[in-house]
Design a protein around this ligand. Structure first.
Ligand SMILES: C[S@@+](CC[C@H](N)C(=O)[O-])C[C@H]1O[C@@H](n2cnc3c(N)ncnc32)[C@H](O)[C@@H]1O
Length: 483
């Protein structure tokens, strides 16, 4: 049976420790931003990731992560490896636990590891699980309570039926001591700290997710009769260290939770399935070939910077799965275009509604990464008769090649103008009073916006020059597929 991350990775099988289900993250809560200084029409809300072609991590980056394993760190895990009956045997293992700067501990190759090689095989009985159907929300509460039960940490007034004796209880109690003592995710921050993240869509997502997490902690605290801190610890442990299995089960799997995250987009060719459930054992296979001393990382899912921050409290320098939600809906996009260009477009809304909200995102990297948003803008800017609806919820731009280029240029300049406004707001936010991670997140957002604006400037000056010097040629009718 294949295991997969329920909604973040579409159409592919994988098992990934993941902080939350994307659909849960998208619970919406209206936020009134304090600044009021956002460019008119720029409303940011949750959306989901669309695929895009991103750069793959370089050999250089991998070798920078190479770590000599410290024998002592690894040996701490020998009793767990043997006690949980992990295979292959401790002496035949391909990996060591090592300290990885900036990432806590991670699994490092003791020898060359071949892509697809079996790294860990863990009996299912060693895991702590919760059943999970498609619509189950708040799974983290149930799994956190199960963790506290397994650790025998329920309070005296908890329902006695929840008490559980398990053969691996003592081992789990020791194993759990290796977890971080306090939650690191921004979902546990107070509301005013979350607001300092600055980007409206992120703030909105985080506030909604934080509310869900707080409610889960409340439920765990009540049902387990444990202090709030203990409940938050357990919820944080399960959202940072559990694995989704076929949309049916969520599991804390000892030793498998030591793999660190490798951010990758859906289109990455190294985005291989690392996990499977074979019979009554969880298996982890190497997602790619790794040299001795290099860390083996797996992809937790297509997590944006905001999602990683919410769950894990980390802002990674490079994340090809990242995105920024610029418009909440096509209607917001229309409003932005109208307010900047002064051209009414509302009557086109019905036709434009086929554009998925997933397209209204800015992504890091070259302009091509944000192509769906640029195409949506072109559909907004063109004349009525240049837009063709061939049915099946598709839209096409049908006009001369030259006209298409000019529309693309217009779209680029318009989006750059909108993003420049957003950039100013982000950059003007004072660092004082914001958690360090919020400042890092805002810098990350500013960097992404700056990159887009730079690229747009370069592309538009190249485009203008091309048009100025273009020799007269016959215009042929071209087609651009919008959706
Ligand atoms: C599943 S655990 C991985 C093992 C963890 N490093 C440890 O020491 O126990 C997930 C946590 O590891 C850290 N982590 C995972 N991937 C990381 C990365 N690429 N960079 C920095 N920290 C990372 C985060 O703290 C995250 O919440």
């Amino acid at each position: 049976m294949a295991l997969h991350l329920t909604s973040s990775i579409r159409g592919r099988d994988a098992i990934l420790p993941q902080g939350h289900e994307r659909r849960e993250f998208h619970v919406r809560a209206r936020v009134s931003m304090t600044s009021g200084a956002w460019p008119e029409g720029l409303v940011c809300l949750a959306g989901t990731a669309a695929t895009w072609v991103g750069a793959h991590r370089s050999r250089m980056a991998r070798s920078q992560r190479s770590r000599r394993s410290n024998g002592k760190t690894s040996e701490v895990f020998q009793p767990f490896w043997e006690g949980f009956a992990v295979q292959p045997s401790w002496h035949e293992r391909a990996l060591d636990v090592a300290e990885v700067p900036g990432a806590g501990r991670g699994w490092v190759a003791r020898r060359q590891v071949q892509k697809g090689e079996l790294l860990l095989s863990i009996p299912r009985v060693a895991a702590i699980e919760v059943d999970m159907d498609e619509d189950m929300e708040g799974w983290e509460a149930e799994l956190a309570l199960n963790v506290l039960r397994r650790l025998d940490r329920l309070g005296p007034a908890a329902d006695p039926r929840l008490r559980q004796k398990h053969e691996l209880q003592a081992l789990w109690q020791d194993y759990a001591k290796t977890f971080p003592e306090a939650p690191a995710g921004a979902a546990f921050w107070p509301q005013d700290a979350i607001i300092t993240l600055g980007w409206p869509a992120t703030v909105e997502q985080l506030l909604a997710y934080s509310q869900q997490i707080q409610e889960s902690a409340q439920w765990v605290s009540g049902n387990g009769n444990v202090p709030r801190d203990a409940a938050c610890w357990a919820v944080s442990a399960v959202i940072t260290r559990s694995f989704a299995v076929d949309d049916e089960v969520r599991a804390m799997i000892p030793l498998a939770d030591i793999f660190n995250h490798e951010p990758r987009s859906a289109s990455s060719d190294v985005h291989e399935v690392a996990w499977s459930l074979e019979g009554d054992r969880f298996e982890v296979h190497a997602p790619q070939t790794v040299m001795p001393g290099e860390e083996v990382r797996i992809c937790y899912g297509e997590e944006s910077a905001a999602e990683l921050l919410a769950v894990h409290g980390m802002v990674l320098p490079k994340n090809e799965a990242d995105y920024l939600e610029v418009f909440e809906s096509v209607e917001d996009l229309v409003a932005a275009v109208e307010s900047i260009c002064g051209a009414p477009r509302r009557d086109r809304l019905a036709r434009l509604e086929v554009i998925p909200v997933d397209d209204l995102l800015v992504r890091p990297g070259r302009l091509e990464a944000s192509e769906p948003l640029l195409r949506a803008l072109q559909a907004m800017l063109c004349e009525d008769d240049e837009l063709c609806d061939p049915g099946e919820r598709r839209l096409r731009l049908v006009c001369s090649e030259e006209r298409q280029q000019s529309l693309r240029l217009e779209a680029l300049l318009l989006l750059a103008q909108i993003l420049r406004g957003a950039l100013r707001v982000i950059q003007d936010m004072p660092d004082a009073g914001s958690p360090d991670l919020a400042v890092r997140y805002r810098r990350h957002v500013a960097e992404m916006l700056n990159q887009f604006v730079r690229e747009a400037n370069d592309a538009s000056s190249a485009g203008v020059l091309k048009r100025l010097f273009r020799r007269k040629r016959r215009c042929c009718v071209g087609e651009t597929v919008i959706t």
